[in-house]
Design a protein around this ligand. Structure first.
Ligand SMILES: Nc1ncnc2c1ncn2[C@@H]1O[C@H](COP(=O)(O)OP(=O)(O)O)[C@@H](O)[C@H]1O
Ligand SMILES: [Mg+2]
Length: 575
């Protein structure tokens, strides 16, 4: 839509305007046959004069026209920052239709996307991801709200960019179209143990539950350490048996002794098992107590059953998984986690948490690499509907990611999403994301928070004492500097006072007016833009040529020379 407001503020009547008006009038006269005849000369002159006058007025009016989206929302955006190579396009600035390109230095300091359901968070995420793929960068997309069309969209993007072979998908909802993934292989035993903690409820507000949780995590750490020391790769089925069967634990200990594994590791594991031993009343021998084991691992065995069997098991019970997040990051591949949150909510969320934790270990591994070996093109992590799987681990991740040249972009719906684990986490996420992409918030609490993040500025407050409703909201000091005029009513009165008042750059109420696909973007904390986001889609011809997604199975190897544990096949382990 065309906005005429600024045209109304133009004062016509300077020398140039008068001259142009004279020219157009002269043109009209020149065409009058009674005055100058119908000669070609007269008509040509008239044409030139009309053109001159018309062009002038056209320019005068045209230069003040603005393109608007036609919605109720209206702020004056800053000028777009200069385009830089490696910058990320977010969308078009309303009114000017300039492209908003986040400079690489800001982009590397992360971005967050907030807005209620259905406003365009995934659409803007897709646009960012498309640029990442087209630019040859690596991508991790964790999708908290499974939409089967997302896989097809991603597939088309990869084909479009000539990278179909770089696409990996973890999709436990339909194992037939999934690559395999095992989050128990990468990272040190402590990291893996805390990763498994994702299966236990977070208990940050309850000291007793917290103690119980951390002792379970420590116990798993001891177990993973022992299997590693003995040279085994484990999967969820193995772990489940180790956490429930005394025979399996005894077998592991004797195997460590037999193999003459590092004495310290063996001793430590023996000591760990000793805590669980009890004297058998009949035989008098010290045996592992099955009840004690169950207690120590905090019911984790039952939760692991979900991952060790069924559809999840098909995807996750691999000793040589096709997906290893640290390799995905190193090699700049494209990885999509499709989470079946509807049917298998709890397991899906636990998987998302484990994937994030695995990603975190990958970040640490990259950080440890010399500068030259880190990914040249920044990696992108897009965490869609992050509210359902955020954990405390997030708080440190942003800082670590930046130095490893990884960009994190979480998208969530509400402020409360980030506060389920306490206000610190929310502050951490908000404080560590330099670019904020804010869509229409669904509820007042989130709207207030967003308005606060966008910030305040000094505004001129105009008051006229004479007229009945004498107050009008002026434009900002900043806008005035950019030449935007105040909307003044005709017939101004004798007493007109101007005061400066601090006000929200964009109020909570205004944010609620944002339309679908429309957002407020803040850069570096002070630049504010009103942005329209493009929707990435492909033409039907291209879609037909591309065909539907087929999973590709890359070659795999057993990680780090480890031997698959296959505990069920070990003698005596199932006792
Ligand atoms: N920028 C846009 N241009 C056109 N349509 C859009 C745009 N953003 C969102 N939409 C429409 O709204 C729907 C929901 O958007 P989506 O990004 O999935 O919302 P959510 O915020 O829940 O992730 C999309 O399927 C699309 O039809
Ligand atoms: Mg979405």
């Amino acid at each position: 839509m065309i906005d005429l407001r600024d045209v109304r503020d133009v004062n016509f009547g300077g020398t140039a305007d008068t001259l142009a008006l004279l020219l157009t009038d002269a043109a009209a006269f020149l065409t009058l046959p009674s005055l100058y005849g119908t000669g070609l000369h007269g008509l040509l002159l008239a044409g030139v004069a009309a053109l001159g006058g018309g062009l002038w007025f056209g320019w005068r009016v045209g230069s003040k026209l603005r393109l608007t989206h036609g919605g109720e929302f209206d702020i004056h955006s800053h000028d777009a920052p200069p385009a830089e190579a490696g910058g990320m396009h977010v969308g078009f600035i309303a009114h000017t239709m300039q492209e908003l390109i986040v400079p690489p230095s800001s982009w590397l300091r992360h971005a967050m996307i907030v807005g209620q359901s259905g406003v365009g968070k995934t659409v803007v995420g897709s646009w960012l991801m498309f640029q990442q793929i087209a630019g040859g960068g690596g991508l991790l997309w964790i999708d908290g709200k499974l939409d089967p069309s997302n896989i097809e969209l991603l597939h088309r993007m990869c084909v479009w960019a000539g990278r179909p072979n770089d696409l990996l998908i973890v999709n436990p909802g339909t194992p037939g179209t999934s690559n395999t993934y095992n989050p128990l292989l990468d990272g040190d035993p402590d990291e893996i143990a805390s990763r498994l903690g994702a299966l236990l409820p977070e208990a940050s507000n309850n000291a007793a539950a917290d103690f119980y949780r951390s002792s379970a995590i420590n116990a798993i750490g001891a177990l993973v350490q022992a299997t590693r020391a003995a040279g085994y790769a484990i999967n969820f089925a193995d772990l489940r048996i180790l956490l429930t069967r005394p025979g399996a634990l005894e077998w592991l200990l004797s195997d460590m002794k037999k193999k003459k594994v590092d004495v310290a590791d063996t001793e430590q594991f023996a000591l760990f098992l000793d805590q669980l031993r009890q004297r058998d009343r009949r035989t008098g021998a010290e045996v592992l107590d099955a009840d004690g084991i169950r207690k120590m691992f905090g019911g984790l065995g039952a939760r692991l059953a979900q991952f060790g069997g069924g559809q999840f098991g098909e995807v996750m019970n691999a000793y040589t998984p096709e997906v290893r997040i640290k390799d995905v990051v190193r090699a700049g591949k494209i990885l999509y986690f499709a989470l079946p949150t509807m049917g298998k909510g709890e397991a899906a969320i636990a998987l998302a948490r484990m994937a994030v934790s695995d990603f975190r270990s990958a970040i640490a591994a990259i950080q440890a690499l010399p500068e030259g070996e880190r990914p040249e093109k920044p990696f992108l992590g897009f965490f869609d509907e992050a509210g359902s799987y955020v954990t405390q681990a997030w708080s440190r991740m942003f800082e670590q990611a930046r130095s490893a040249r990884l960009v994190m972009v979480p998208a969530f719906q509400t402020k409360a999403n980030l506060e389920t684990l306490g206000p610190e986490l929310r502050a951490m996420v908000a404080g560590n994301t330099v670019t904020k992409i804010i869509f229409s918030p669904g509820e007042p609490d989130t709207a207030d928070w967003c308005a606060d993040m966008i910030g305040k500025e000094l505004r001129e407050q105009h008051t006229r004492s004479e007229s009945s409703s004498a107050s009008s909201k002026g434009v900002t000091v900043l806008d005035r500097g950019r030449g935007v005029a105040n909307a003044q009513n005709a017939g101004s009165s004798a007493s007109h006072s101007v005061s400066l008042r601090e006000d929200y750059k964009v109020s909570a109420a205004d944010l609620m007016k944002l339309d679908r696909g429309e957002c407020v973007v803040t850069l570096e904390g002070h630049q504010v833009f009103h942005v329209k986001v493009p929707l990435v889609s492909f033409e039907s011809d291209f879609i037909e040529q591309t065909g539907p997604f087929h999973v590709r199975h890359p070659a795999t190897t057993v990680p780090d020379g480890l031997e698959p544990l296959r505990i069920t096949q070990r003698p005596g382990a199932m006792r």
